[in-house]
Design a protein around this ligand. Structure first.
Ligand code: HDE
Length: 716
C-alpha cells in the first residue's frame, strides 16, 4: 500500500512538470525555421544552407530530438528505425587505436623534386626538376594512447605517403635516425616495456618507469637510441621544427637495374627547435594539443611548413669499409662521411577535412615502395614489412582499407582481388582470374614484367639460423659519438633527463644497470647521472665489442645547427591597463615582419584599454595563456597597470617561467611591481630587453631570432 502511494505522488509531480514543459519545449509546436527544442537550445530545420537531414539510407528524418514513444511518457518503440540506426552507428564509432603511434596529427601536401635522379633510381617521384607528387603526412608520439598529451618525452613518428604515379610510397620514419632494437622480434617486448605497466595501467605516455628502463638496461643495443630520446629531440617545439629519418638503409635501383644504398632525411626549412623539460611538463597541462594546434594554426594561416628531402647515397664499397653494419638500425651513417644531398621539398598545404576519415584511417605500410626503391635485409625493416599490413586489417577491419580515399593510390589500380568486407569498388568484367582467354573489358589486367617492381636480385646465402650478426655487436661507439657531438647545454639536458627518468624507477638495480652501461658511453655522462640520482657510480658493464673513438658529428646537435630566425614562432605579449599603444603596435608589426605571430594576453580575455583609449582584446586570459606556450615573451604594462599584473599569480608565473626557461623577455611600461613580485627584480640579464621605443624593438626582434639565454643565472 505504502509503495503505491509514493508512486502515485511521484507521478503527480512529474505530470505537472510535463504539462509545463509541453507548451515551452515541444519542437513540433513551432512552425517556423528555427525553434526551441528540449533544454531550450536552438535547433535548425532544413532550409537556407542546411540540407534536409536523412538516415544513412537516405530517408528524410522527421524529428532528430525526440525518439518515438508510445504515449507522451511511454516506452521508446523499436519501430523507431531512425533512432536505432543512429545509436547503432554511434555504438560502433571507435576502432582499435594504433598499438604504437596512437596519437597523431596530419595534413596533405605536395613533394617537388629538384633534379632528376634517374642515374640512381627509376622512382618516378625523382623523375626530374619540378616533378610534383601529392603527399599525406602523419606525425605522432609513440607510447601514449590516442588521448594522451603532445609534449611527452618520446620519439615522434614522421610518416609520409607519396601518391606516386607508380603506386604509393610510404616512408614511415621517425624524428630520430636510429631505433631501440636491431631485430623486429623484440618489438613487442620493447612496446610492452614502455607502455603502461599491465598490473596497474600507468604510467601513460612516458618511458619514466621501471619496466622501460629494465628492458633498456638488459638490451644494451638500445643505449644509442636512449641518448637521442633523453636529448631535446624528444621534446620538439613543433612538428614543423623537427627532422625526419627513414632510419633503415634502403636501396635505390635505376632503370638498368643497378643499385646503391640510400638513407632518407627530412630537414625542416624552419630549422630545429625544442622546448625544455620543465616547459614541456607545463605545456601538457596548459595545452595538451600543443603540437596539433600548432600545425593546424600554421596551415590555416597559410604558413605552410616545408621540409627538404635529403638522401645519403652510398655503394657496396662504402658499406663494406664502414665501421658499422649498414643493416643495423641502431646506427647512423654520419653526415660528415656521406653528405646529405637535398633532392626535393615537401610543403604541407592542406588540412584534413575530417580527422577520423584521414588521420585515423590512414594506413602506412613500409612495404609500399614504388619501382626504383627497394628494401635491404635490415632485420627490423624485414619485420616491419610484415607488421604494417597485418595491423591495418585489425585496425580498419577490412582487407579493402586501401580503397579509403586517404589510402587509395592516385594512379590507376587494376587487379583480380575481389569482394571482402566493405568492398567499395564495383569491379567490372566477367573474369577475376589469370590466365584467361577473354578479350576486351572482360580480359582484365595483365602483369607488366620489367616495368613492374622488380626486386633487386640480392645474393642470399648461408645456413638458416637464429643469430645476431657479429657486425651488430658494437652498442656504444655511436652513442658516444652522439654524446660528444652535443653542446654543453645539450649534454646537461641529457644528464638531467636520464636522472629524471631513472629517478622514477623504484628498483635501484634497474638504475644501476643503465648507468653501468652508460659508463661505456662516457664517464662524465654516467657520473653526472649518478650524482643527480644520489647513488655511487657503478663499474662499467662489459661491452660486447670494443668502443671505437669517433670524431664528433656536428650535424647531431640541435643548438649548433639552429637557424637565426623568428619565422614560424610565436610571441606571447602580456598587456596591462594603459599599455603604450604605439609600443604594442610596433612590436606586433615587427614580429609579423619577422615571420612570427603575436598572441595578446591580458588579465582578462576582454583585453585592456591602451594608452590611446582603444581596447585591445586578448586571445588568452593570462591564467590560460602561460608563457610556456610561446617562444619569447614581452610584457607591456601601462604606466599604472604594473600593480594589477603584480597582484595576479598567473602573471607572476608568466614572467618567472619565461625567465627560468631561458626565454628572451621584452619589457615596457611599469613592469617593476610585477618583476618584484615575481622575484626577478635585480636578476634581469642581457636577454631581458626594453621594447618601449622603435630602436629597442628592433634590437629585441634581432635577439628573439637568436638562441634562448642558455647561460642565464638561475640561482636566486
Ligand atoms: Fe612502427 N609500427 N614498427 N616503427 N611505426 C606502427 O603500424 C612496427 C618502427 C612508425 O602514423 C604500427 O599502422 C614494428 C621503426 C611510425 O600511422 C605497427 C617495428 C620506425 C608509425 C608498427 C616497428 C617506426 C608506426 C602501429 C619493429 C621508424 C605510425 C599502427 C620492427 C623508422 C604510422 C600502424 C602512422 C606504426 C610496427 C619499428 C615508425 C604495429 C613491428 C624502426 C611513424 O604496424
Amino acid at each position: 500500500m505504502a509503495t503505491k502511494k509514493t508512486t502515485k505522488k511521484a507521478t503527480k509531480k512529474t505530470s505537472a512538470a510535463r504539462a509545463k514543459s509541453k507548451t515551452k519545449t515541444n519542437p513540433k509546436s513551432a512552425t517556423t525555421g528555427d525553434e526551441v527544442g528540449n533544454g531550450g537550445e536552438l535547433h535548425q530545420r532544413a532550409g537556407g544552407d542546411s540540407p534536409p537531414m536523412t538516415t544513412a539510407q537516405g530517408g528524410p528524418v522527421e524529428d532528430d530530438n525526440n525518439s518515438l514513444r508510445a504515449g507522451d511518457r511511454g516506452p521508446t518503440l523499436i519501430a523507431d528505425h531512425a533512432f536505432r540506426e543512429k545509436i547503432f552507428h554511434f555504438d560502433h564509432e571507435r576502432i582499435p587505436e594504433r598499438v604504437v603511434h596512437a596519437r597523431g596529427y596530419g595534413a596533405h601536401g605536395v613533394f617537388e623534386c629538384h633534379e632528376s635522379l634517374a642515374d640512381i633510381t627509376r622512382a618516378s617521384v625523382f623523375a626530374g626538376a619540378g616533378k610534383k607528387t601529392e603527399t599525406f603526412v602523419r606525425f605522432s608520439t609513440v607510447a601514449g594512447n590516442l588521448g594522451s598529451f603532445d609534449l611527452a618525452r618520446d620519439v615522434r613518428g614522421f610518416a609520409t605517403k607519396f601518391y606516386t604515379d607508380e603506386g604509393n610510397w610510404d616512408l614511415v620514419g621517425n624524428n630520430i635516425p636510429v631505433f631501440f632494437i636491431q631485430d623486429a622480434v623484440k618489438f613487442p617486448d620493447l612496446v610492452h616495456a614502455v607502455k603502461e605497466e599491465p598490473d596497474r595501467g600507468f604510467p601513460q605516455a612516458q618511458s619514466a618507469h621501471d619496466t622501460f628502463w629494465d628492458f633498456v638496461g638488459l638490451m644494451p643495443e638500445a643505449t644509442h637510441m636512449t641518448l637521442w630520446q633523453m636529448s631535446d629531440r624528444a621534446i620538439p617545439r613543433s612538428f614543423r621544427m623537427m627532422e625526419g629519418f627513414g632510419v633503415h638503409t634502403f636501396r635505390f635501383v635505376n632503370a638498368a637495374g643497378e643499385s646503391q644504398f640510400v638513407k632518407f632525411h627530412w630537414k625542416p626549412v624552419l630549422g630545429m627547435q625544442s622546448v625544455v623539460w620543465n616547459e614541456a611538463v607545463k605545456i601538457n597541462g596548459a595545452d595538451p594539443d600543443f603540437h596539433r594546434r600548432d600545425l593546424f594554426d600554421a596551415i590555416s594561416a597559410g604558413d605552410f611548413p616545408q621540409w627538404e628531402l635529403g638522401v645519403q647515397v652510398f655503394d657496396d664499397a662504402f658499406a663494406d669499409a664502414f665501421d658499422f653494419d649498414i643493416l643495423d638500425a641502431t646506427k647512423i651513417v654520419p653526415e660528415e662521411l656521406v653528405p646529405v644531398r637535398i633532392v626535393g621539398t615537401m610543403t604541407l598545404n592542406r588540412l584534413v577535412d575530417n580527422v577520423f576519415a584521414e588521420i585515423e584511417q590512414v594506413a602506412f605500410m613500409t612495404q609500399n615502395v614504388p619501382p626504383g626503391i627497394d628494401f635491404t635485409n635490415d632485420p627490423l625493416l624485414q619485420g616491419r614489412n610484415f607488421s604494417y599490413l597485418d595491423t591495418q586489417l585489425k585496425r580498419l577491419g577490412s582487407t579493402n582499407f586501401s580503397q579509403l580515399p586517404v589510402n587509395a593510390p592516385k594512379c590507376p589500380v587494376a587487379h583480380f582481388q575481389r569482394d571482402g568486407h566493405m568492398q567499395m569498388s564495383t569491379q567490372p568484367g566477367r573474369t577475376a582470374y589469370e590466365p584467361n582467354s577473354f578479350t576486351g573489358a572482360d580480359r582484365g589486367p595483365r602483369e607488366v614484367g620489367a616495368d613492374g617492381h622488380v626486386p633487386f636480385p640480392d645474393e642470399v646465402a648461408g645456413s638458416m639460423r637464429r643469430i645476431r650478426a657479429e657486425s651488430f655487436a658494437d652498442h656504444y661507439s655511436q652513442a658516444r659519438q652522439f654524446w660528444i657531438s652535443q653542446t654543453p647545454v645539450e649534454q646537461d639536458h641529457i644528464v638531467a633527463s636520464y636522472a629524471f627518468e631513472l629517478g622514477k624507477c623504484e628498483i635501484p638495480a634497474i638504475r644501476e644497470r643503465v648507468v653501468a652501461n652508460l659508463r661505456n658511453v662516457d664517464k662524465e655522462l654516467a657520473s653526472g647521472i649518478a650524482d643527480k640520482l644520489g647513488m655511487p657510480l657503478p663499474a662499467a658493464s662489459k661491452p660486447a665489442a670494443p668502443v671505437v673513438e669517433m670524431e664528433p658529428s656536428p650535424a647531431l646537435s640541435i643548438l649548433d645547427n639552429a637557424k637565426e630566425t623568428f619565422e614560424g614562432r610565436k610571441l606571447g605579449l602580456l598587456i596591462g591597463e594603459g599599455a603604450d599603444a604605439a609600443a604594442v603596435k610596433r612590436l606586433t608589426k615587427a614580429v609579423e615582419k619577422a615571420g612570427g605571430t603575436v598572441e595578446v594576453i591580458a588579465i582578462a580575455v576582454g583585453g585592456a584599454i591602451l594608452s590611446d583609449g582603444s581596447t585591445l582584446a586578448a586571445k588568452q586570459a593570462v591564467a590560460g595563456g602561460p608563457s610556456v606556450l610561446y617562444d619569447a615573451v614581452a610584457v607591456v604594462a601601462g604606466s599604472e597597470g604594473g600593480k594589477a599584473l603584480a597582484d595576479e599569480p598567473p602573471a607572476r608565473d608568466f614572467v618567472t617561467d619565461a625567465f627560468s626557461h631561458f626565454k628572451v623577455i621584452g619589457l615596457a611600461g611599469a613592469t617593476d611591481p610585477l618583476l618584484e613580485a615575481a622575484g626577478l627584480a635585480g636578476r634581469l640579464d642581457d636577454a631581458c630587453l626594453p621594447v618601449g621605443t622603435a630602436k629597442e624593438t628592433t634590437a629585441y626582434i634581432a635577439r628573439i631570432a637568436g638562441p634562448r639565454k642558455w647561460d642565464r643565472d638561475l640561482s636566486a
